[in-house]
Design a protein. Sequence first.
Length: 216
Amino acid sequence: MRLASVTSTQEVARDLPIGSVVVADHQTAGRGRLDRRWDAPPGSAMLASFVLDPHPLLSLAAGVAAAEACGANVRLKWPNDLMLRGRKLGGILVEVSGGKAVVGIGINLTSAPPGAARLRLPPDDLLDRLGAELSAWTSAPHSRVLERWRELSVTLGRRVRVELPGHTFEGTAQDIAEDGALVVDGQRVGAGDVIHLRQQGPGARSRAVPRRSARG
Ligand code: BT5
């Protein structure tokens, strides 16, 4: 379903059956995680919501799928921000209710807020690739999703500040657990925000990551 203007593609999608896709040119109340806003001028971004079956690793699988659809140089910051050369290119919001999961993906194309990145790709090509990658990665073995997320990550190995409701701490992001939680100095972080502190060594973000398919 393609719409000119909506409050949020998530709002339209949540009333539709599994398999539906909602795409809009503009959102008047685009949402990020934790009640934040997602802002994009009309026609400047890919704004889509996919209605899918719930899946225990959906947030990470959607991140991997979106990074693969965007192509080389796009990496993932935990839990699933899309990053291009250290700047935020896009974001993913997964909302589950009533036996459905709505995966909202926003990717900047012709403009980006100050400090953010954009990707010069035709929106229809990107949408086709996203649909195909989402279907592949949501049906891939969980071990493949975790392995690929680790390869594409710019968070693992970094010093990070973890911001939880009422509690903040710093440590090294060591791994992601089997359920997708981030492990920071041995502590599991299941939700919340992670801020990257100083870069260590040559840095994951400049590392070449060969392309992979969901079939391994
Ligand atoms: C996200 O939240 O990154 C998830 C964004 C999901 C947006 C899509 S668009 C289609 C679908 N319909 C919706 O209503 N939402 C989904 P979060 O990690 O909370 O990041 C939000 C933060 O990113 C904001 O507080 C800003 O700082 C920043 N931000 C807002 N708009 C941005 C943009 N266009 N590019 C880069 N950063 C942005």
